[in-house]
Ligand binder design. Structure first.
Ligand code: A3D
Length: 318
């Protein structure tokens, strides 16, 4: 059986980590693409030289031509520029939507049957631009943000309650920005909902509120610490989890930016919601029942995504 082929568009901080994880998890052969010459080739060779030590047989290739991503099964897109301190994700719209157009063309011409995961910010707008530029069906193009935001929420909750991160489940929905919605009612430790854990005295409501705020600003916290560039280890792990669910038809239920056609009262936009990812791509969109307050927060978040989408339309990117 032929190995899967994974194309990584953008060989920067996240791209390199994605290539290493794809190898370690034996997901398939990897093509690292970038417009910079030498960087994708250098990273591919470096990781290939780790393979004998780690014991994986993936072939790794660096590329500067889209022809090399031909027939890829999965494409993960990180091409573009990341945030610098003081920049919002929205400042990136103009530059990164041009990049999404180039990447979309490359996918359309070389691997129109791929499952595409976009990571480039501002995520909810860029995934839409990418899907339109590639011309792929919406169920084959999604955005990674929710798995990462939920992982941050899970990490902070596990630390506060001194329990294993494995036993903490959480959903962070809405747009990938400061208005994202960590849904505490659907967040659990071993199945016990967070509001019950507050009643049981495992964590205070104040602490939960602080963690919600820290999660919303989780990306910025890392940008401020790193000073140049943004988070890359956890974003890469999160996208790999989504790719794995597609390639192995695991049908994981994960939060992802998906194209909505009326679900949650949203039409014709990509927003973070729980989805089922299997070998057909986004196979189902899970519609949670929100309380009035949750719906209000979600609507607020959708509004900030709509502003970004409008900005893309004004620039002619959509
Ligand atoms: P970085 O290390 O700068 O890598 C980006 C790579 O893209 C560089 O190697 C560039 O050479 C390359 N590139 C630029 N333009 C093009 C082009 N036209 N075609 C192909 N490659 C190009 O950034 P990074 O890996 O740290 O981050 C990548 C993106 O992910 C940024 O937009 C970040 O804002 C975003 N990001 C998103 C999340 C989410 O949760 C959604 C988290 C962290 C970072």
């Amino acid at each position: 059986m032929a190995r899967n082929k994974i194309a990584l568009i953008g060989a920067g901080q996240i791209g390199g980590t994605l290539a290493l994880l794809s190898g370690l998890k034996q997901l398939g052969d990897v093509v690292l693409f970038d417009i910079q010459e030498g960087i994708p080739q250098g990273k591919a060779l470096d990781i290939a030289e780790a393979a004998p030590v780690e014991g994986f047989d993936s072939r790794l290739q660096g590329a500067n031509s889209y022809a090399d991503i031909k027939d890829a099964d999965v494409v993960i897109v990180t091409a573009g520029v990341p945030r610098k301190p003081g920049m919002s994700r929205d400042d990136l719209v103009e530059t990164n939507s041009k990049v999404m157009h180039q990447v979309g063309e490359g996918i359309k011409n070389n691997c129109p049957n791929a499952f595409v995961i976009c990571i480039t910010n501002p995520l909810d707008a860029m995934v839409y631009v990418l899907q339109q530029a590639a011309g792929l069906p919406p169920e084959k193009v999604c955005g990674m943000a929710g798995v990462l935001d939920s992982a941050r929420f899970r990490h902070f909750l596990a630390e506060a309650m001194d329990v294993s991160v494995e036993d903490v489940n959480a959903f962070v929905l809405g747009g990938h920005g400061d208005t994202m919605v960590p849904v505490t009612r659907y967040s659990t430790v071993a199945g016990i909902p967070l509001p019950d854990l507050v009643e049981m005295g495992w964590i205070t409501q104040d602490k939960v509120d602080q963690i919600v705020e820290r999660t919303r600003k989780g990306g910025g916290e890392i940008v401020n610490l790193l000073k140049s560039g943004s988070a890359f280890y956890a974003p890469a792990s999160s996208a790999i989890q989504m790719a794995e669910s597609y390639l192995l038809d695991k049908k994981r239920v994960l939060p992802a930016a998906a194209y909505l056609t009326g679900q949650y009262g949203v039409n014709d936009m990509y927003v973070g919601v729980p989805v089922v990812i299997g070998d057909k791509g986004i196979e189902r969109i899970v519609e949670l029942k929100f309380t009035d307050h949750e719906q209000e927060m979600f609507n607020h978040s959708v509004e900030s995504v709509r502003e970004l989408v409008d900005a893309c339309k004004k620039l002619g990117a959509l």
